[in-house]
Design a protein. Structure first.
Length: 216
C-alpha cells in the first residue's frame, strides 16, 4: 500500500493524531507542494472513488474529509508580508460540496503571498459575483469534484471571465481530470489539472507544460 492510501485509511478511521504525525513526518523530507500534490490529493481522490463505488458510507466520507481538513489546517504555512499583495477569491459553485481541494489551493496562494478569501463550497453565482465585484480579486479560482458539476463550473467560469474587473479565472479539481471534461469548451478560463501547474501559474502567469494547464 502506498503512502497516500495509508493516509486515506487513517482519515477513514478518524485517526486525527496519527494522520497529523504521518503528514508531519512526510514534511521532514518533502515540501508543502509535494504534500498537497503527492499525498493529500491522491488520498482524497481515493476516498472519493470509494464513495462513488459505495464501498464507504456518506458518514465515513465526511469523517475522512474532516480529518483531512484538520491535518491541512494544522500544517498550513502563511506568508505574513501584507504589503501590496494580490488577491485571490476561492470557492466551489452551487451544489458542489467538496472543499478540501479548495483549501489546498487557498493554502498555496497564501504561501505565495496572496491575500485570500476562501469562500468554501456551494456558493451561489449571484452572491459570488456580488462579493467579487466589491472586493475586486485578481484571481477567481473554482473547483469541482464530480462530472455532473461540469456544466455549472463552466457557467461560473465564463461569467467571471466576462466580469468588468477582469480577474484571471482558474478552474480545477477532480472533475477537470475526467474524460468527460475534454468535450467541455470553457472560454477565458485557465484549466489547472494538478497543483504543480498551479504553483507555476502563480509564480509566472503560465503553466509548466500544456498537459497540466491550458487556457480554454
Amino acid at each position: 500500500m502506498n503512502e497516500s492510501s495509508q493516509l486515506s485509511d487513517l482519515f477513514l478511521q478518524g485517526q486525527e493524531e496519527e494522520a497529523l504525525k504521518y503528514v508531519q513526518d512526510f514534511l521532514e523530507n518533502h515540501s508543502h507542494e509535494q504534500l498537497y500534490d503527492e499525498l493529500l490529493t491522491p488520498a482524497m481522490y481515493r476516498i472519493g472513488e470509494l464513495w462513488e463505488k459505495n464501498e464507504i458510507s456518506v458518514a465515513e466520507e465526511h469523517l475522512a474529509t474532516a480529518v483531512c481538513d484538520f491535518v491541512l489546517s494544522a500544517t498550513e504555512l502563511r506568508n505574513k508580508d501584507k504589503a501590496g499583495r494580490k488577491k485571490a477569491m476561492i470557492f466551489g459553485p452551487e451544489g458542489e460540496e467538496h472543499y478540501i481541494g479548495l483549501k489546498m489551493v487557498s493554502a498555496m496562494f497564501r504561501e505565495e503571498g496572496y491575500e485570500v478569501r476562501y469562500m468554501g463550497p456551494n456558493l451561489p453565482l449571484d452572491s459570488a459575483l456580488k462579493l467579487a465585484d466589491e472586493w475586486q480579486p485578481d484571481v477567481v479560482a473554482l473547483s469541482g469534484a464530480l462530472a455532473h458539476r461540469l456544466p455549472v463550473l463552466k457557467t461560473y467560469a465564463e461569467t467571471f471571465a466576462k466580469a468588468e474587473f477582469k480577474p484571471a479565472v482558474l478552474i480545477g479539481g477532480r472533475a477537470v481530470t475526467l474524460s468527460s471534461f475534454a468535450d467541455l469548451h470553457i472560454k477565458g478560463a485557465v484549466v489547472v489539472r494538478e497543483l504543480g501547474a498551479l504553483r507555476e501559474w502563480i509564480r509566472t502567469g503560465k503553466g509548466s507544460n500544456d498537459d497540466t494547464l491550458s487556457t480554454g
